[in-house]
Design a protein around this ligand. Structure first.
Ligand code: NAP
Length: 246
């Protein structure tokens, strides 16, 4: 039997991350799921993935903490021996206008979204180099390209991910490691459920496709970027936004 490929998804306990992991499970991967809050249906999610023959390793780690990140990657390698695909998905928002934004809220968003992407990528890349192959996909956002009032910290973190992706893609392209990111628009998850109906309506009005995206819409593109169907694609930012930004 052919050895299964392995994907590590940060922030894989819910929302877009969980859907991405499910997509990989359905396509024959073993899964490393990272999370931070213990209030998750570990058993239910594991059983869902098992239906597709996937083995699941849960690892609790704060992606902004380098020791926890190194430990997470070590556990993944101990269990599966390799990481073929890394999805840097963990992310948070702490929205408010710049004038009211506390330094700690700026730092927290940058530390989890951007520094977390740096730390996990840095921890995984040596193994991908040894394997002589790998694919890394990070979650940016349309907000990182267009900006958004009330999200200067989040937009800076996501714009940072785009620059980071291009730079690392150039560093490791010759090692057969591809590095890309996706820029979702508004996707229906816990992150956007806090928006009021009137805000959601005005968002939908700005989207040519007239609807919010689903986690599946994002998972499909992330899966494509981790598959051999995108074998000549690196350093790119693929927008998944119903045409919001073109
Ligand atoms: P979500 O439902 O709020 O889920 C966030 C995930 O990140 C959770 O699994 C959470 O784990 C994890 N997480 C948070 N802090 C962490 C930390 N310090 N270390 C490890 N994991 C941590 O968010 P989502 O909507 O699925 O978003 C996923 C990604 O897509 C994010 O990077 C987000 O910025 C990006 N994105 C989302 C949208 C959107 O409209 N939803 C649009 C563009 C981009 P716990 O469950 O353990 O808390």
């Amino acid at each position: 039997m052919e050895e299964k490929e392995v994907v590590l998804v940060t922030g894989g306990s819910r929302g877009i991350g969980k859907e991405i992991a499910l997509k990989y499970a359905k396509n024959g991967y073993n899964i490393v799921l990272n999370y931070i809050i213990d209030d998750t249906d570990f058993e239910g999610i594991t059983n869902e993935f098992k239906q597709y023959g996937a083995e699941v390793l849960w690892v609790k780690a704060d992606v902004s903490n380098s020791e926890q990140v190194d430990e997470m990657v070590k556990k993944a390698i101990e269990k599966f021996g390799k990481i073929d695909v890394l999805v840097n998905n963990a992310g948070i928002t702490k929205d408010t206008l710049l004038m009211r934004m506390k330094e700690e809220d700026f730092d927290r968003v940058i530390n989890i979204n951007l520094k977390g992407t740096f730390l996990v990528t840095k921890a995984v890349i040596p193994y991908m180099m040894k394997q002589r192959q790998g694919r890394i996909i990070s979650l940016a956002s349309v907000v990182g390209v267009a900006g958004n009032a009330g999200q200067s910290n989040y937009a800076a973190s996501k714009a940072g991910i785009i620059g980071f992706t291009k730079s690392v893609a150039k560093e490791v392209a010759s090692r057969n490691i591809r590095v890309n990111c996706v820029a979702p628009g508004f996707i229906a998850t816990d992150m956007t459920s806090v928006l009021s109906d009137s805000v959601k309506e005005s968002i939908n009005a700005q989207i040519p496709m007239k609807r919010m995206g689903t986690p599946e819409d994002v998972a499909n593109v992330v899966y494509f970027l981790g598959s051999s169907d995108s074998s000549y694609v690196t350093g790119q930012t693929i927008h998944i936004d119903g045409g919001m930004l073109m």
